[in-house]
Ligand binder design. Structure first.
Ligand SMILES: [Fe+2]
Ligand SMILES: [Fe+2]
Length: 349
């Protein structure tokens, strides 16, 4: 029983890869958003659920060191800025964009195939028997955490691979990088902080660890070669993936608001998250945390779509540059000027 549930859960954990332009999304969301019913079955890949935060990797106690703060301080987001993050999709404009979007779709299709998930079955069952569909397909706190852990474990790879390749390129060619490396490494660092935060809430079992291990091996190598061939396409591809990440977290926030995730309403947020995002007192709920993470994903979406619009060799990184006209909106590290589909080159370079 358990072994047949694992692939389905894994697939659900990845269904954020569903394209926003995908025609079958509405019915799928319907099946997906049904209120969770307790099945009494243990989640295969995680330790049993409880609302207390687990001390998965406690801070090292040493004789001399008081604490080790995050390497990259996180920009401060206001509540209004985070609430104004929207789901969006950038239309494809050229062959490279189409390849990138196709790659996201192929990824989703392969995951469906590997995990044996049949979306049509979920939607059809929901129409015939919503109660059975709820039992079989509805998301709950554990499934969401499982999905978040998997997705964040792969999300931290592209920035690191791209940053490493640009770093090596700069040294090999004896040329400046113009500031890209910093943003790329910071992005992967930020994704890893997402992962560490979710790991503080749920400890993965051996199956999930195995999946993460296998996925990282394939994913890291695939990105390495893809970035050597066409960095622009990879940035666009990551932009499309991040569009899906925003959708994923928007759904979770909506499910909390609809009262479908009661365990998250009283869940304590890990200290690592409070410190990293500098979460103010009184705004430290799971919903607040997801607002921060969604805002981060929206920034990755914008940064990668913008990078995909630039000359990969010569253009400076607009996110770390200083501008001549300070009154004109320009890319920033925080959420002051949000451009979900990225900045166009002629507006910023
Ligand atoms: Fe993330
Ligand atoms: Fe992201």
């Amino acid at each position: 029983m358990a072994s047949s549930r694992v692939p389905v859960q894994l697939l659900k954990s990845i269904n954020g890869l569903n394209s926003s332009a995908n025609a079958f999304r509405p019915t799928f969301i319907a099946a997906y958003h049904i209120q969770s019913a307790p099945t009494g079955r243990r989640n295969f890949s995680f330790t049993p659920s409880h609302s207390a935060v687990t001390e998965f990797f406690p801070q090292k106690e040493t004789k001399s060191i008081r604490r080790t703060p995050p390497a990259w301080p996180h920009p401060v987001y206001t509540y209004e800025q985070m609430e104004s993050v929207v789901v969006s999709h950038r239309d494809t404009k050229n062959a490279s964009d189409k390849v990138a979007l196709l790659a996201v779709k192929v990824l989703r299709w392969s995951l469906d195939l590997v995990t044996g998930y049949k979306h049509e079955k979920a939607a059809a069952l929901n129409e015939k028997d919503p109660e059975a569909a709820r039992k079989k397909y509805a998301m709950n706190e554990e499934k969401y955490l499982m999905r978040n852990v998997f997705l964040e474990s792969v999300a931290g790879v592209p920035g690191m691979v791209a940053g490493m390749l640009r770093h090596l390129h700069s040294m090999r060619r004896m040329q400046r990088d113009n500031g890209w490396i910093e943003s790329l490494l910071e992005e992967s660092y930020n994704e890893r902080m997402h992962l560490l935060t979710f790991l503080k809430m749920k400890q993965p079992g051996w199956f999930m660890r195995l999946v993460v291990l296998g996925a990282q091996g394939i994913w890291c190598n695939a990105l390495f070669f893809a970035y050597l061939i066409s960095p622009r396409t990879v940035h666009r591809f990551v932009g499309y993936l991040e569009e899906e990440a925003v959708i994923t977290y928007t759904r979770q926030i909506a499910d909390i608001d609809a009262g479908r995730l009661p365990k998250w309403e009283k869940l304590a947020i890990p200290q690592i998250a409070i410190d990293y995002w500098k979460m103010p007192e009184g705004q430290r709920s799971m919903r607040d945390l997801l607002l921060y993470i969604r805002a981060d994903e929206s920034k990755h979406r914008e940064v990668n779509h913008t990078f995909g619009n630039l000359d990969q060799k010569d253009d400076p990184n607009p996110y770390v540059s200083e501008y001549r006209d300070l009154n004109k909106p320009h890319p920033t590290k925080d959420l002051v000027h949000q451009k979900p589909t990225g900045w166009e080159r002629e507006d910023i370079i």
